[in-house]
Each structure stands twice: as structure tokens, then as C-alpha cells.
Write a protein that binds this ligand. Structure first.
Ligand SMILES: NC(=O)c1ccc[n+]([C@@H]2O[C@H](COP(=O)([O-])OP(=O)(O)OC[C@H]3O[C@@H](n4cnc5c(N)ncnc54)[C@H](OP(=O)(O)O)[C@@H]3O)[C@@H](O)[C@H]2O)c1
Length: 298
């Protein structure tokens, strides 16, 4: 009998994500077992239970996956899992809390492709304002873009304090340099976007972040991308299906949530497949997701 590919799916929440269960089974896992309300402190014991049940050469066929909706906690869980491995016993480790790692990776990859194709620019050449960066998707998008050399501002709709803390954390954890900005009024947001080349919106579903007139006032704007698929959309005038479509009244191109979505799904599928196919155990986070997503958009 062939050795089974077994995925242990862990979340700090009450439920694992049915989306991730489907993705994992469709990617080829033979079995996906949910573990719910898991704490950081429990990760080491669970991972050691996974690895010691099979001989070392079969560790590559076992995997743990961390969900939830907190990027930092998911990364801490990855670290706890890595630290619990006892070579030569090992297993694959991946996180994608609320789909955020793969969504952020896909969003930034779509922006990178559009900057290159429409403006002959790279991420390192541009300034970016990220809206919704206290959320998981915006947080990861900001870090990915900053690590690629973009000048990134993270905009707080509730003022500067919370995004300033997030910015400090991004610097400490990833060496990612980002600037906090106060986006607590429409006027402040208009001023912020007047000076940037790229806008990324990853705000709560059903919240319009910027109006069409604010986008028109963004004189340097090259690309604007939104991942909210629930009306009203995050950027007025950027259709949910837009895939590098001109934004009326600007020289910029828009990317909507349903252009990002298929790249997100292919990225998550690809990372899950990588854990099944690789000859060595993998450890995969949003940086791996971005490296894969940028190959999928080109
Ligand atoms: N297209 C795709 O493939 C895909 C996949 C996954 C998610 N998504 C979408 O991506 C977006 C972000 O997801 P997420 O999981 O990161 O959500 P989240 O954790 O709820 O974060 C949303 C962000 O929006 C902020 N926010 C809340 N109310 C706001 C307002 N009135 N104005 C501006 N910002 C506001 C939140 O701030 P607080 O810190 O105050 O809550 C947070 O920073 C959602 O629209 C989600 O539906 C898309």
C-alpha cells in the first residue's frame, strides 16, 4: 500500500476553514484532520505526535497547516513547529491564516506584473499606500512589498497609533521598513494617495475605502488593487473583475478582487502540492507564497 499523504490542519479558532480543507484534498492529500482551538503552547506536543508516528523517511509525507486569522500568531506557530522537530524526524509545515498569505502574495504579484507590463517599473521603484494593514491580508501585503524594496505606508482608518505599532512589529520581525499614516478622514486619505504610485486596499469586506474622485486626485497613481469582493468594493470605479483595466479619469490601471482570487487559489494549491511532491520537508509562509505567485501571473 502506498504511503499516505496526511495533513494535520490546526487553528486557534472554533473551526478550521472549509476552504482550506477543500483546497488540501483537491491538491492531493489523502487525509485532512482538523484540530480546533489549538494554542501556541500545544503546537510542540502535537507536532511531535505527528513526527514520531512514522519512520524518519516518511516525515516528508506528513504535514501540519496553521489557519486562524492572525498573521503573527500563525508565524509563531510555524516557529514553534520548527523548534519541535527532532531530526531526522521531520514533517512539512505551512500557514495561510484566513487565506491571507496566499491572497496578499497574489495581490502583490498582480501589481508587480501590471507595473512591469504597463509602466516598465518594478516594486523597488514605487511608493505604495496599504489600506487595511491591521488586517491579515493588508499586513502581509505591506511586508511583502517592503521586502521587495517598495516605499510602503500603512494607513490607519482609526488613526496612526495602531498602524505605528504594526509598523514597529514589521520592522522587528521581518526587517521590513514601513511608515505609518493617519487615514482617519477622507481629506487625510486624499492627501496620502496624491503622493503614491500604488494603492493596495485590503479593508473589511463591504467597505469602500476610496471614492472615484479621490482616485482621480491621485496624480501619480500607476496601479490600484483591491481584494474586497463584497459591494461596495474597496475602490470605487475598480471593477471586481478588473485585471489591469484603465481606471477612468486617471493614468492608472485597476485590479479587482476576482482577478486576484484565481491567482490566490493557484498559489495555495501550488504550495500544498509542493509539500506533497517535494523530496524534503518544506516550511512555507507568505514569502514562499509570493515567490510562487509571481511565477503564476507571468
Ligand atoms: N480576493 C481574495 O482572494 C480574498 C481572500 C481573502 C480575503 N479577501 C478580502 O480581503 C479583505 C481583507 O481580509 P482580512 O482577512 O485581512 O480582513 P480583516 O482581518 O477583517 O481586516 C480588514 C482590515 O480592514 C480594516 N477596517 C475595518 N473597518 C474599516 C473601515 N471602515 N475602513 C477602513 N478599514 C477598515 C480592519 O481594521 P481593524 O483592525 O480595525 O479591524 C483591518 O485592517 C476582505 O475584504 C476580505 O474579504 C479576499
Amino acid at each position: 500500500m502506498a504511503d499516505k499523504h496526511i495533513l494535520h490542519m490546526m487553528t486557534p479558532h472554533k473551526h478550521v476553514s472549509p476552504f482550506d480543507v477543500n483546497m488540501a484534498l483537491d491538491a492531493g492529500y489523502d487525509s485532512v484532520t482538523p484540530y480546533e482551538e489549538v494554542t501556541l503552547e500545544e503546537i510542540a506536543d502535537l507536532v511531535q505526535d505527528v513526527i514520531f508516528s512514522r519512520p524518519p523517511n516518511l516525515g516528508v509525507n506528513s504535514a501540519v497547516f496553521f489557519g486562524g486569522d492572525d498573521a503573527v500568531l500563525a508565524l509563531d506557530m510555524i516557529d514553534a513547529a520548527k523548534n519541535a522537530l527532532v531530526p531526522p524526524f521531520g514533517c512539512n509545515i505551512m500557514a495561510d491564516p484566513a487565506g491571507s498569505f496566499t491572497t496578499a502574495a497574489a495581490m502583490v504579484a498582480c501589481v508587480e506584473r501590471t507595473l512591469k507590463n504597463k509602466h516598465q517599473k518594478a516594486l523597488k521603484d514605487v511608493s505604495i499606500a496599504v489600506f487595511g494593514a491591521t488586517g491579515v491580508v493588508g499586513y502581509c501585503a505591506a511586508v511583502i512589498a517592503a521586502l521587495e524594496g517598495a516605499r510602503v505606508q500603512i494607513v490607519g482608518y482609526s488613526g496612526i497609533d495602531r498602524v505605528a505599532k504594526r509598523g514597529d512589529e514589521m520592522k522587528e520581525r521581518f526587517g521590513a521598513k514601513v511608515e505609518p499614516a493617519d487615514g482617519s478622514s477622507d481629506e487625510k486619505n486624499t492627501t496620502i494617495v496624491k503622493d503614491v504610485d500604488v494603492i493596495l486596499t485590503a479593508a473589511k469586506a463591504g467597505v469602500q475605502v476610496l471614492s472615484a474622485s479621490q482616485l482621480k486626485a491621485a496624480g501619480k497613481l500607476l496601479v490600484a488593487a483591491d481584494v474586497n469582493a463584497v459591494p461596495p468594493l474597496g475602490l470605487e470605479g475598480v471593477d471586481v473583475m478588473a485585471d489591469a483595466e484603465p481606471i477612468e479619469g486617471t493614468n492608472a490601471f485597476g485590479i479587482g478582487a476576482l482577478a486576484v482570487g484565481p491567482i490566490k487559489s493557484k498559489t495555495e494549491h501550488g504550495l500544498l502540492r509542493r509539500m506533497i511532491e517535494a523530496g524534503e520537508p518544506q516550511v512555507l509562509d507568505f514569502r514562499d507564497a509570493f515567490q510562487l505567485a509571481r511565477t503564476l501571473v507571468s
